[in-house]
Design a protein around this ligand. Structure first.
Ligand code: KDG
Length: 324
């Protein structure tokens, strides 16, 4: 039994990782800074900052590292009630600050405690009651049990949100495509990135085609993220291009996509319409890139709203730029 009383607005699931971040390329003697990150934590932090009550299902080590991670989760305004603690090793990734977003992470996570997540960890009542449940392709890639937990969560959720988050160092394009194809029919929202995920996982060459393909599989809302350009939205009655908002500072792209997903999901659950919620998501991710690491800078909702209002370009009905 879980002691959570209120339905949560948003439940996020996935692996939390220790982040080892450097400013310089990896080499012996290069100084590094520890952080706590991972796509699930980045999404949950953004959703909480955007005003949602948020729970995070993740497995942590039952030692002082797990306790420190739980303390960070609480500090970010996220409920710790769904966390599990087990004997094992916390997954780690190494990254050096990446303003262009082109570097891949170097992982030490095989057999990690986070990858022991399984269907029994998914509390049916909590997941069915939540306003939205968010999971991603990384949780599907790290182990068969974690993938099965995501599938169970998708079948329970009122609104299931799936970010394909394809990581070639964790999985194959075939396996990531299979996960997306299985989950898309259950999804309230899918957020593929263009052109990387739309071509590798959906085999299409434009954001519009990607959205149409996911909609034909049964996904209710699609937000195709087109990097520094903007986001294409498609759902019943909505076809809109949300232009990106220039970032005041670009230090590291890690977590930008997660901030978009977390903010968008939170604002949809809290009642904003799709273009308005996406505009907030775009504003949050434009601010997040000013911080180092996945949760180095989490803007408050006041900051996100002000940045969205100050952004120069407007939402365009139906228009997809020719190169997206
Ligand atoms: O989306 C950002 C994540 O990729 C980063 O936080 C690391 O979670 C991570 C992962 O598993 O790659």
């Amino acid at each position: 039994m879980n002691d959570i009383q209120q339905p949560l607005d948003v439940v996020v699931m996935g692996e939390i990782l220790v982040e080892v971040a450097t400013d310089l390329p990896f080499a012996h003697g290069v100084p590094a800074r520890l952080g706590i990150s991972g796509d699930a934590l980045n999404v949950a932090a953004a959703a909480a900052a955007a005003g949602a009550s948020v729970g995070l299902l993740s497995v942590l080590t039952d030692d002082e590292l797990g306790s420190a991670i739980a303390a960070r989760i609480a500090e970010l305004g996220i409920s710790t009630d769904l966390l599990k603690f087990r004997r094992g090793q916390q997954g780690v990734y190494l990254v050096h600050s990446d303003p262009d977003g082109e570097r891949e992470f170097s992982y030490a996570r095989n057999g990690s405690v986070g990858s022991t997540l399984g269907p029994d960890d998914v509390d049916s009542e909590v997941f069915a009651a939540a306003g939205a449940v968010v999971a991603g392709g990384i949780a599907c890639a790290i182990s068969a049990t974690s993938r099965a937990a995501v599938v169970k969560a998708a079948s329970l959720a009122k609104r299931f949100v799936y970010d394909p988050n394809y990581r070639p160092r964790l999985t194959t394009a075939e396996a990531a495509t299979a996960a997306l194809t299985e989950l898309a029919p259950h999804a309230f929202l899918v957020t593929p990135s263009f052109p990387g995920e739309t071509s590798a996982l959906l085999g299409v060459s434009s954001a519009g085609e990607a959205a149409a393909k996911l909609r034909s599989l049964g996904t209710a809302h699609v937000a195709v993220t087109c990097g520094a350009k903007g986001v294409q939205l498609e759902s019943d009655g909505v076809s809109a291009w949300i232009p990106a908002i220039p970032a005041p500072a670009v230090v590291d792209q890690t977590g930008a996509g997660d901030a978009f997903v977390g903010t968008l999901t939170a604002r949809l659950v809290l009642g904003d319409d799709f273009p308005t919620a996406a505009r907030y998501g775009v504003a949050a991710s434009s601010l997040v890139v000013g911080g180092k690491g996945g949760t180095g800078l989490i803007p408050t909702f006041q900051q996100t709203r002000a940045h969205a209002a100050a952004g120069s370009a407007d939402v365009t009905e139906g228009a997809v730029p020719s190169n997206a």
